[in-house]
Each structure stands twice: as structure tokens, then as C-alpha cells.
Design a protein. Structure first.
Length: 470
């Protein structure tokens, strides 16, 4: 080893002499930070380490540490430190020790989950501020007092220690829907529905279960993500800043039978040439309104098409719909359904995002396919606006791809309607309503303030808001 060092030192002197003659010659530098960048540590098994430590104390003096390390396939120096007591336990202990103990971090994880379930998730900056406040009040040093917030390194390490947490983009949920998706309300609605379908004798007749709903399609196509040059602005050519909305009224049953879709466009006069170019085997009904939205008269027009397509038997049908004004406050529609042995069931207010089959399956697929087909046409037309005739042609292709038997059956199954199973609604659907739960004896407008107090070692997060519920 000494001879090797002497040779190395002589070689370095010769290298320095050459470098002194040539100033451009520089001795290679070693970046210590990147030297062990790809090195993998802690490859040994924790159970093997525990077995080696236990065996050493059982056979004290009868076997060496080196022999134990070879037998249990663990590093000798790592085993030696645990035997000497320099490192407690037999778990992996490399790297910097966490600033908070495991109990405190488990409580913080519980707080994060609770607030997320209630509809008030913590952002990354809020979480870092909460960690700094706890450390400051408990005299724990480790965070920058000048910045007054925990660092990004702490946040990344915290998320690695708790893989059940991740950085996500929250989905907007209105306070009305958060209050409406109440467990008691939904359970009572399912109980009433179960008793009704038993009385009607259609519990095992999926062809008698129907759902109708509306959605809007815009002739404005922008992809979610694209591949483009890094560091440069990326644009998608569109016909305008925003598109016109066209309403689609769709109805289907639990076996995958679809009624003729009703398309409501914006305009004053319906032109027959709009239907030119549509496939001969594609059936569609087109109407117009001043704003492209549905109204009572147009919904009655759809209802007449719906009852005309039903088989004329004595077995009743049940039609599920939401509480839109054109539905429930439409006496002519209610009478038409009653005359044709169709029983109308309205979903509880602000629960359709979990209970309506169309929202759970059909419309998701329809809008995805609509964007895909629209982008293809937009590229061919260099971003120019679609004519009404071209709009219907794109819709025909989109409808055939989305209106499948699988989507219809999946929608009814995921909502617990058919097969009838109220337990299909997961517990997480009711969590946001816990924050605003209140008991009201009779329908009235209640103005109340609710506080969520989260204690994490003397840290209180108080969130107040005022809302109205019926």
C-alpha cells in the first residue's frame, strides 16, 4: 500500500511539471456530490439484520461478527454498529434523521387526510407552514427562521416516507353538492326507490330502467396535452376564443338500448339541409332554441319521441332524471309520462355526480370522443369554424363510439341502480357532506357557521364558512 502511495505521489509530481509548461493543461476535478449519485444503499434485508443481532447475543463470543455478516448476508460494519449500540434498532438508518418523530408525522398525515376528505385539502405551501409552526412552538430547530417555512427538501422527504400521500390536482366541488351528497338523504332515497320497484314488479327488468339527461358540446376543440418543443410557446389554432354550445338530450336503459338523441342548436330557423351527409342508418332529431339550451317545450318534444319508442306492454317503466326546471316543473310532461305508464323518479338535489348513470359513463365518453373527432376535423380545416352540417356529421361519428352497451350498463351498475345495490356508492362520496351536516326539522333557510378545528400538537387550523341548506 505504501509503495502504491509513493508511485501515485511521483506520478502526480510528473503531471504537475507537465502542467506548469502547458498552462492549458488542468488536473481533472472530482465532483464529490455526484460521485455516489447512482449508488444504491440499504440493499440488505431488515429481518436478516435482526436475525444476525439476535444470534450474536445468543452465542456471545462463540461466533465472530464477520462470520455472522456472511451468514446473514448483511454488511459487517452495519452489523457492528448495531451490536455496539451506536445505532439503535435493526431498521435502515442511513441519511438525515427526520425532524419530527413517527408519532407526530402520523398525526400530521391524519390531519391531511381529514381535511382532504372534508373538501379543504392542504396545499404544499400550507403544509410547509404548518410543519414550521409546529417546530417553532415545540423548540425544534432545523427550519430556516428567516423564511419562516419548512423547505422543499423536507416536503419531498416527508412524501417519500408516506407513500399514501401524493401531490394531486383537486377537483372542484361546489358547496351545494358537498352538502347535497348526504348519507341520510341518499339512503332514504334508495329505500323509497327499492319499495317502489318491488311494488311495480320491475326489480329484475333492466329494460324498464331509463335515464335521461342533457349535456353541452362546444365547437371549440383544444387538446389536454400535446408534444411540442421545450421552452417555447405552444398554440392550438381554433375558430374563435370560445365556441357555441349545442345541447344533447340522451336517454338509455340498463340493457344498453338508446333512444334517438335530440340535438338542440342555437338559431331562429331550422334548415333541412343541416341533415345532409348524415349516415342513412343514423337516426337523430334536431331542434333549435334562442340560446341552444333546453326548455319545457323542447323537453316535451323529446318526451313524445321517448314514449313513441317504448314497447306497448302493461309492464311499467321508470325514468330517472335530475331536478332541472324543464323536468320537474312541467305538468304536461308529468301527465304524458303517467298516461304511458312511465314512473318518473327525480334524483336528490346536487347528487347527480354520483347517482346519475349518464354523468358516470355516457357523457364522459361522449365528450372525450367529441374532442378527439373535433381535433381531427379542425386540423383538416386549418382551424376554421364547423358548419351546422359538419357539426352533425362529427356528432354522428362521436355518438356511435360513445353510445355503447358497455357504457350504458356500466353507468347503471356504478350508481347502484341496476342491479339494485345502494352499497355501490362508496363512503368517500359522503365525506364532504360531514362538514356541513345539520339537522333541520322542516324545510327552511338556515344560516350557520361551521368550524373545523384540527389540533396537531397545539396547532389549530380553524376554517369558518357560511352556507345555506334546505
Amino acid at each position: 500500500m505504501a509503495r502504491f502511495l509513493k508511485k501515485s505521489s511521483g506520478h502526480s509530481r510528473q503531471f504537475n511539471k507537465k502542467c506548469s509548461k502547458n498552462k492549458k493543461c488542468q488536473q481533472p476535478l472530482i465532483n464529490s456530490k455526484k460521485h455516489n449519485k447512482n449508488q444504491k444503499i440499504n440493499k440488505w434485508n431488515i429481518n436478516h439484520m435482526k436475525g444476525a443481532v439476535d444470534e450474536y447475543f445468543e452465542k456471545r463470543g462463540a461466533i465472530s461478527v464477520r462470520q455472522l455478516a456472511r451468514a446473514w448476508n448483511v454488511p459487517r460494519s452495519t452489523l457492528q454498529m448495531r451490536i455496539d449500540g451506536r445505532v439503535k434498532g435493526t431498521a435502515h438508518m442511513s441519511g438525515r434523521k427526520p425532524l419530527f418523530d413517527s408519532k407526530a408525522e402520523d398525526e400530521l398525515v391524519a390531519v391531511i387526510k381529514l381535511l382532504s376528505h372534508r373538501g379543504f385539502p392542504l396545499g404544499m405551501k400550507e403544509l410547509r407552514s404548518l410543519a414550521y409552526s409546529y417546530a417553532h412552538q415545540n423548540g425544534i430547530e432545523g427550519f430556516s427562521q428567516r423564511k419562516g417555512i419548512a423547505g422543499y427538501e423536507w416536503l419531498n422527504a416527508f412524501l417519500k416516507r408516506h407513500p399514501e400521500l401524493s401531490i394531486r390536482k383537486p377537483e372542484p366541488l361546489s358547496i351545494a353538492r358537498a352538502c347535497g351528497m348526504n348519507r341520510v338523504v341518499v339512503q332514504k332515497w334508495f329505500e323509497s326507490l327499492g319499495a317502489s320497484i318491488e311494488e311495480l314488479g320491475i326489480k329484475h327488468r333492466p329494460d324498464r330502467w331509463w335515464n335521461v339527461d342533457e349535456t353541452g358540446l362546444q365547437d371549440h376543440f383544444v387538446p389536454q396535452k400535446v408534444v411540442a418543443e421545450a421552452g417555447k410557446l405552444c398554440y392550438q389554432a381554433t375558430a374563435g376564443e370560445k365556441g357555441d354550445t349545442t345541447t344533447i338530450v340522451a336517454a338509455f336503459n340498463a340493457v344498453g338500448t338508446y333512444c334517438k338523441p335530440l340535438v338542440i342548436g342555437k338559431g331562429k330557423r331550422l334548415k333541412p339541409e343541416w341533415l345532409d351527409g348524415l349516415p342513412a342508418d343514423f337516426s337523430i332529431s334536431v331542434r333549435i332554441s334562442d340560446n341552444g339550451w333546453i326548455n319545457k317545450e323542447l323537453f316535451i318534444a323529446w318526451a313524445e319521441l321517448f314514449v313513441a319508442s317504448l314497447p306497448k306492454y302493461d309492464i311499467p317503466h321508470v325514468l330517472f332524471l335530475d331536478g332541472h326546471g324543464s323536468h320537474v316543473f312541467n305538468l304536461e310532461f308529468i301527465n304524458l309520462m303517467k298516461q304511458n305508464n312511465v314512473h318518473v323518479w327525480c334524483f336528490p338535489a346536487h347528487t347527480t355526480h354520483w347517482l346519475q348513470p349518464a354523468d358516470r359513463s355516457l357523457f364522459r365518453s361522449l365528450k372525450h370522443q367529441w374532442t378527439e373527432e373535433g381535433l381531427k376535423v379542425a386540423r383538416q380545416r386549418a382551424g376554421t369554424k364547423l358548419s351546422r352540417n359538419e357539426f352533425l356529421q362529427v356528432f354522428a361519428t362521436t355518438w356511435r363510439k360513445a353510445a355503447t352497451v358497455e357504457n350504458a350498463m356500466s353507468g347503471f351498475c356504478s350508481t347502484g341502480l341496476f342491479p339494485f345495490n345502494p352499497q355501490k356508492i362508496p363512503d368517500e362520496a359522503f365525506l364532504p357532506s360531514i362538514t356541513t351536516e345539520c339537522t333541520i326539522s322542516e324545510p327552511q333557510l338556515v344560516l350557520f357557521s361551521f368550524q373545523v378545528i384540527v389540533c396537531w400538537h397545539s396547532i389549530n387550523y380553524v376554517m369558518s364558512f357560511i352556507t345555506a341548506c334546505k
